[in-house]
Design a protein around this ligand. Sequence first.
Ligand code: GDP
Ligand code: IMO
Ligand code: MG
Length: 431
Amino acid sequence: MPNLIVLGTQWGDEGKGKIVDLLTDRADVIVRYQGGHNAGHTIVSDGEKFILHLIPSGILHADKLCVIGNGVALDPHALVEEREMLTKRGVSVDRNLRISDACHLILPYHRAIDKESEKFRGTRRIGTTGRGIGPAYVDKMARIGIRLGDLANPSLFREKLEQNLAETNYLLEKLYTTHGLDAETIYSQTMSLADRILPFMDDTALTLHKAIKNGKTLLFEGAQGTLLDVDHGTYPFVTSSNSSAGGALTGTGVGPTAIDRVLGVTKAYTTRVGSGPFPTELINESGEYLREKGQEFGATTGRARRCGWFDAPAVRYACRINGISEIALTKIDVLDALPSLKIATGYEINGKKTEEFPRRVELLETARPVYESHPGWTQPTSGVRDFNALPDNAKRYIARIEELIEVPVTVLSTGVGREDTIIRQDPFAAR
Ligand code: GDP
Ligand code: IMO
Ligand code: MG
């Protein structure tokens, strides 16, 4: 069966967790490839809600292998905490989890820098999740990062930690005028977790290679969304990793010829958490309505998500960047009661109309959406199991989205549960 990347096409929180959990049935290995515990992926399984930050959303299926690839930034505390949460709730996290020895660790000084640098930026702050993600990736690129494999060598770990803290404490104390951190404390706190993490450590690129060779089906689970990608997103209001399809390769060590399809998860409207441009944002009662009805509050930080109409150029752009072959459209039920809906088909930027998503953030900041209106369906889609049984106006809304983004909507989600899904074409089916 084909190997599939599942990723977000907007600014995150599109419902990736639900879709990955749903498709896990058909896959053998589920792989996270980037981001860290800034992600919050919600799964509702038999009415029970789970929020996963670091461990792949396939973990609720005991017989599947879950892999955390080298591209993920790993906070040792967050991992241990998440595993304990799952174990307490009866989900086994044992031989079914492997973590790359090349994952970069998020340590307390990364969180401190994340917090202080956000304060320092003032009105240009990114509105990060405060999890230390950015600073951990900075260290990776600066080639001073500490990787999971280093935990297996305590004296090397201590040496790297001391060297990094000498630099970081200078920054914390002199530039940010706050207190520095103690290397010995971080060393002993982190080492006290080592025996709960190292048993999962693996050469995951080799494990994945063997799985592919043995004909196993791989499902790559993206975190964040394409518009938060550090290269292709609304830079600088992005996260610090490649959440687009390319990240699935560099973040795992799997080559491009192993990937067959890319499924984009897209919300039937748009949301964003944190700062940055958002042309279709609704700062009015309609936005509040979407937030309440869609329960748009961050799964990681609890922050209210900014809400707005569907932005077709943005999603078409994401489809292009990722080579998306099909779309899972989620949360269509949130629009059920609205008498009329809008879709942005383009923008007006400095008096000029365009149908393309501008790559420069200062242009996007001034972009005024060009809308077309659609009549609502004012009937429930939740509970509908057959595409043909959907209200006609809902079908028209979906067909118009397909036309604008130039990719078919093959999966529809009409509620939080696995059963609230209409599959028009199975992403794993032979074609
Ligand atoms: P992710 O980060 O992409 O995995 O998405 P989140 O879990 O952060 O946010 C999506 C939210 O929408 C979660 O609370 C899901 O339970 C919920 N959700 C997913 N699909 C649907 C849907 O089709 N309808 C409704 N009403 N909620 C959904
Ligand atoms: P999932 O996987 C939505 C946003 C933050 C901030 C920016 C940078 O659940 O879709 P960071 O802490 O990553 O340096 O913050 O990215 N952000 C997300 N927004 N969903 C997410 O993950 C996000 N992860 C990060 O709000 O604007
Ligand atoms: Mg989320």
